[in-house]
Design a protein around this ligand. Structure first.
Ligand code: FES
Length: 383
């Protein structure tokens, strides 16, 4: 059994948040990169879990105000142990800073009319928290703020939660004057994102012997979602499927492939089959060589570095008799991915439309009144 693990945290340098745009002057265009974030140190794990467990956009629990804190407390030690096993913290902030810096450098050259550009990081559950970053942006006083979801595939639990939190922030604070707001809400089919994933997969396929290569199962894996959210009409499963389909088209359908779902928590039904169950089942069917592809993550974090690399590619693979398993790197700082980010923003800045009409439509079975209020607010604000 050969395991190709990736511990990439040491490969990237920490990039301090700059007060000025990429050219060292006051930014004209601010790009707020939204993501869930991850604890940089294990002492942040409890508060990170607490914010997740009390976010009703992310998870709905009975008596959430009491059960959420109880679960966060109970899970802290176990989650801290996992972060310790990947080097003591999540690399998501370092990757996002690097991606943002490279993206803005390219934007300054391909879109000089909107330069200088400056990236900001807005995390939902850990510092830098989105609401704090919004205040920093306001101090910098750009003409335009682009709210850019770093989840390529839209889910109301992830991107939706970030956008709802910005709406909630501005219910308590006044909007900055003379500032244009707009949203990039989803980009699961962007050609350069697709090419990035295809390139990451080719890199791993090429490490298999020629005799094996064409039989390697390309196992796409994405964070699972409760079926309750799916039946409400959450677009995430279909958008993940669209990414998978286009990546396989880009690769030329060279290999067998499958999409499975990871990271389920709790007893309720979630999207299935689970990634670990899928590996076990295919090994039983005689398919023993895999490339795992984290299709919904744009940078390394606990789900890739621990769940995929340690729990599946190492422990599970040994247990069930996998022959060879490799894991495609997340997009991270792949040059095609950086180009994808800057092209998406440059096209968006040229577009008259500040918000995608699809974003303004709620899930058909949405029961969260905050979604309705939030979307009505964005319709007004992102004109
Ligand atoms: Fe999807 Fe409210 S749950 S719009």
């Amino acid at each position: 059994m050969l395991f190709k693990g990736r511990i990439l945290t040491s490969a990237i340098k920490s990039t301090p948040s700059l007060r000025l745009g990429s050219t060292g002057t006051k930014p004209k265009t601010a790009i707020l990169m939204l993501n869930m974030g991850g604890p940089q140190h294990t002492d942040q794990v409890h508060d990170y879990l607490l914010r997740i467990m009390t976010d009703r956009d992310m998870i709905q629990l009975p008596v959430q105000s009491r059960l959420g804190p109880w679960i966060a407390q109970r899970r802290t030690a176990e989650v801290q142990k996992k972060y310790n096993e990947i080097g003591g913290g999540s690399p998501i902030l370092k990757w996002t800073e690097l991606q943002g810096e490279l993206m803005c450098k390219d934007l300054d050259s391909i879109s000089p009319e909107t330069a200088p550009h400056k990236h900001y990081v807005g995390f939902r559950y850990v510092n830098p928290l989105t609401e704090d970053t919004l205040q920093q942006i306001e101090k910098d006083g750009p003409e335009r703020i682009v709210l850019f979801s770093q989840y390529p595939q839209y889910s109301c639990a992830t991107s939706g939660s970030s956008f709802n939190s910005i709406f909630s922030h501005y219910q308590k604070h006044s909007l900055p004057k003379n500032t244009k707001f707009s949203i990039i809400d989803r980009w699961s089919t962007h050609p350069l994102l697709i090419k990035t994933f295809a390139d990451r997969i080719r890199d791993e396929l090429n490490k298999f012997s020629e005799a094996k290569r064409k039989d390697v199962v390309i196992l796409f894996t994405a964070h699972s979602l409760p079926l309750k959210a799916v039946t409400r009409g959450d677009p995430y499963p279909s958008e993940v499927g669209a990414s998978v389909h286009l990546v396989m088209q880009e690769l030329g359908k060279t290999n067998p492939y499958f999409l499975a779902w990871q990271s389920k928590v709790g007893p309720l039904p979630w999207l299935a089959p689970a990634t670990d169950d899928t590996i076990k089942a295919y090994v039983k069917q005689g398919r023993k060589n895999f490339v795992l592809v984290p299709i919904a993550f744009v940078n390394e974090h606990i789900e890739t570095l621990h769940e995929l690399d340690i729990e599946y590619c190492d422990e599970l693979a040994k247990e069930v008799g996998v022959e060879e398993i490799r894991r495609a790197a997340a997009p991270n700082d792949h040059p095609l991915f950086i180009k994808a980010l800057s092209s998406i923003v440059a096209d968006h800045l040229k577009d008259e439309q500040g918000v995608n009409p699809k974003f303004l439509m709620r899930c058909p079975m949405c029961v969260n009144p905050r979604c309705g209020d939030s979307k009505a607010w964005y319709k007004q604000v992102c004109k």
